[in-house]
Design a protein around this ligand. Structure first.
Ligand code: HEC
Length: 67
């Protein structure tokens, strides 16, 4: 692994952690759909609480584009 990659994180470890801790409620990747939580595609750079079709809690909805 290059030094640059180390600085921004370890994608392999991230995948392992995601599968263990997040996948039960979130999908990511091609064809991802909402489960208990929203699908997380294109998460970085978008507004929190902004994916269509998920009944966010009020605090999350307040962070979103409709607030
Ligand atoms: C038990 C189910 C569950 C697990 C496990 C879980 N989440 Fe979530 N997540 C949710 C729900 C439900 C919401 C929506 C919360 C709301 O509306 O208040 C959410 C919201 C989110 C959001 C905000 C999304 C948005 O559209 O703004 C992110 C980011 C997120 N989760 C990341 C993660 C990550 C990363 C993990 C693993 C470390 C994880 N979640 C584990 C259920 C879960």
């Amino acid at each position: 692994m290059s030094a640059a990659a180390e600085l921004i994180g370890d994608a392999e470890r991230g995948q392992t952690l995601f599968v263990r801790q997040c996948k039960a409620c979130h999908q990511i990747g091609l064809g991802a759909i909402h489960r208990v939580g929203p699908q997380l595609n294109r998460l970085f750079g978008r507004t929190a609480g902004s994916v269509d079709g998920l009944p966010y809690s009020r605090p999350m909805a307040r962070m979103g584009p409709m607030a």
